[in-house]
Design a binder for this molecule. Structure first.
Ligand code: HAM
Length: 402
């Protein structure tokens, strides 16, 4: 990643940090790798992530470790191992971190990507789901991401899913002859995943399949209605999508996905949902949670090429005589400590080439100290836009610039 892209990414991270802070989230950092079990138990052994995409290795003591493929299970693990359930709940935590997935790399899909994410643990309030969705929506708005759409689905609770799964299985058993082998295999592990299939035969079968939304328990239906009422109150525009499934098994109730029509095949720019059983599955007390993740590279792609020029610097200190450079190091340090972005060209080069460098760095002023200035205890300050020059006593220089 070169500085052009680095600047775009920093702008995204700065905006995210501001937005997370406004919504009461505090930063959390988890290790780059975790015990493999955190993901097999947390994300689900039947998911593509766990079956095919993890970078797993053994350490010197033979322990199985895995490079973090996603951020939610590690945060839930940290919540348990640090006893965060004893703190006031919900604990609202955000992160930006690299994730590693052995996927087929293509534009927008990388084996290492950076994700910014937020997790609120310890409350089952549906308004927290609405708030998390509104947060991500407002971040995309703040950044000016074009063509964003939001779909909201529902995974129900245990009570809804049991009978629904049986009905879906019965339906699929009736249509098994029309399903390709791969879909039959997935159907055994998690029939809901078939809604996500990309082949025409499976899609045709799933188009007529029963949907979970029609089988929600009373509690799950009430939860959903309150989430949607929250989104309406917050003016968040969404489409209800009864077939939305996500690639992680921990979701319960609300699931959502933001897509961006600028992104082509990898159109998912961010997504998340509620995961009321995750903390318990990692050995903690029953603790509901909700959150989301959004890929920074995908946000960069969605924003397109930013034509704006690099920001430039405040001052360029030009000291053509090598022997003088140590004397002016404290001046450079003092300017920087006053908050001025500075760079310097030290000796061995002509004044002309130093001025070319100052222009290339888009410096607003050049501070020139040649042998004559050094002897007189002054510096020549040149306005790089107008070419105007003034002489300033070195002692007064910092005060005159800051
Ligand atoms: P996810 O949908 O797997 O969810 O990933 C979240 C986001 O990360 C995606 O929407 C996408 O922007 C980005 N992303 C995923 N894989 C890649 C990749 N290979 N290359 C580039 N970007 C990618 C999760 O990971 C959940 N932990 C989100 C969550 C948090 N749910 C609840 N809390």
């Amino acid at each position: 990643m070169l500085p052009e892209e680095g600047r775009r990414r920093l702008r995204i991270i700065d905006a995210a940090r501001e937005t997370f802070t406004l919504y009461g989230y505090g930063p959390i950092v988890t290790p780059t790798f975790e015990d493999t079990e955190v993901f097999t138990r947390g994300v689900g052994a039947a998911t593509d992530i766990v079956r095919k995409e993890m970078y797993t290795f053994q350490d010197g003591s033979g322990r199985s470790l895995t490079l973090r493929p996603e951020g939610t299970a590690p945060v839930a693990r940290a919540f348990v191992s640090n006893g965060l359930h004893k703190r006031p709940l919900p604990q609202k935590l955000w992160y930006v971190a690299p994730m590693f997935r052995y996927e087929r790399a293509q534009s927008g899909r990388y084996r290492e990507h950076y994700q910014l994410g937020a997790e609120a643990l310890g409350s089952d309030d549906p308004l927290l789901d609405a708030e998390a969705i509104a947060l991500l929506s407002s971040l995309y708005r703040l950044l000016g991401v074009p063509g964003v759409r939001l779909r909201v689905g529902d995974m129900g609770d245990e009570e809804s899913r049991g009978p629904y799964r049986a009905e879906l299985r019965a339906y699929l058993d009736r249509h098994v002859a029309s399903l390709p082998g791969d879909a039959r295999e997935r159907m055994e592990q998690n029939p809901l995943r078939l809604f996500d299939a990309s082949d025409d035969a499976t899609r045709a079968v799933m188009a007529e399949a029963p949907v979970l939304l029609d089988h929600l328990s009373d509690a799950a239906r009430t939860h959903r209605e309150e989430v949607l009422a929250g989104l309406d109150a917050l003016d968040v525009v969404y489409d209800e999508d009864p077939t939305l499934v996500r690639g992680l098994d921990y979701y319960t109730n609300t699931v959502f996905e933001f897509t961006c029509d600028r992104l082509g095949a990898q159109s998912g720019i961010g997504g998340g949902g509620r995961y009321d059983g995750l903390v318990e599955s990692l050995g903690g007390p029953p603790t509901p949670g909700v959150g989301f993740g959004s890929g920074i590279e995908r946000i960069v792609l969605a924003l397109g090429d930013d034509e704006s020029e690099p920001p430039g610097i405040d001052c360029y200190l030009a000291v053509p005589d090598r022997k003088l450079r140590v004397r002016y190091l404290p001046l450079l340090a003092e300017l920087r400590s006053r908050g001025l972005a500075c760079d310097a060209g030290w000796g061995g080069r002509s004044l002309k080439s130093l001025m070319r460098r100052a222009s290339a760095l888009r410096a607003r002023r050049a501070i020139i100290v040649g042998p004559r200035e050094a002897e007189e205890g002054v510096a020549t300050v040149r306005d790089m836009a107008t070419g105007e020059q003034v002489q300033v006593a070195i002692d007064e220089l910092v005060g005159s610039l800051s």
